[in-house]
Write a protein that binds this ligand. Structure first.
Ligand SMILES: [Zn+2]
Length: 244
């Protein structure tokens, strides 16, 4: 799996203590008992890359299945920030859709990227380059994708959204958004406001696109609803339901 932003921290990740356990040369995957180990889980179980990805996909699909939250008739908006967590989420959903018939994930998916370039102080060129990479990644995974910008959360009208193919950047509302954020001097208060703006925009766009649920990776914002957590996986998926 690759991330558009490999060097970027997930929210708060830089403050987490790092524990690294070296995979020794002699470590062999406990699953296939053949390949050299690449990953250690629970501090002792060695997996090769192939077995780790197969196991993660299985657990992800099984967790969704057991929760009974997702139905085949659902239309789900998947939030894609471009960070590693949401990139992993896209790969897991894609892999789950290619399982054998009885195990396959069946629901309609639409990917949404919220451009927060104005908040992050990026130039238009930097925003274009980042969005281009996110669009390419989404299209390579064969998802239908849309882009919107965070200022649309405070727009009085329906949010403007563009297909990823258009690669269009909306910068008209940048000033209004940054002016609003600049009224807050406290970092935590700003983060709380950003959280609420994203939350509101996910719901607005989902309703506009006819989606009845939103998937947000564990490192991003949460709307409300249930949390599916695979016991042995670090990946959390928040599922927000707002069937009206
Ligand atoms: Zn293996």
């Amino acid at each position: 799996m690759c991330s558009v932003n490999d060097d970027g921290y997930e929210d708060g990740e830089q403050f987490m203590p790092k524990t690294e356990i070296a995979v020794t040369e002699a470590a062999i995957c406990k699953k296939c008992a053949n390949n050299k180990g690449n990953v250690i889980l629970r501090g002792k179980d060695v997996y090769c890359k192939v077995c780790f990805l197969a196991s993660s996909t299985h657990k992800f699909r099984a967790t969704l299945g057991k929760s009974k939250i997702v139905r085949p008739t659902d239309s789900i908006l998947i939030a894609h920030s471009g960070k590693a967590g949401s990139t992993a989420l896209l790969h897991l959903i894609k892999a789950g859709m290619h399982e054998s018939v009885h195990k396959r994930l069946i629901f309609k998916t639409t990917v949404l990227h919220i451009d927060e370039g104005a908040v992050n102080g990026e130039t238009l060129e930097e925003r274009k380059s980042r969005i281009n990479a996110i669009c390419e990644q989404t299209q390579n995974l064969e998802f239908q994708g849309y882009i919107t910008s965070l200022d649309q959360s405070i727009s009085e009208s329906e949010p403007n959204i563009h297909t990823m193919e258009s690669l269009e950047i909306c910068s008209h509302g940048d000033k209004m958004l940054t002016d609003l954020l600049n009224t807050l001097s406290n970092y935590t208060t700003k983060q709380e406001l950003l959280h609420k703006l994203r939350q509101r925009l996910f719901v607005l766009v989902a309703k506009k696109l006819g989606c009845n649920k939103v998937f947000v990776d564990g490192s991003a914002v949460v709307i409300h609803g249930d949390c599916c957590k695979s016991k042995s996986s670090a990946l959390r998926v928040r599922i927000s339901t707002f069937i009206s």
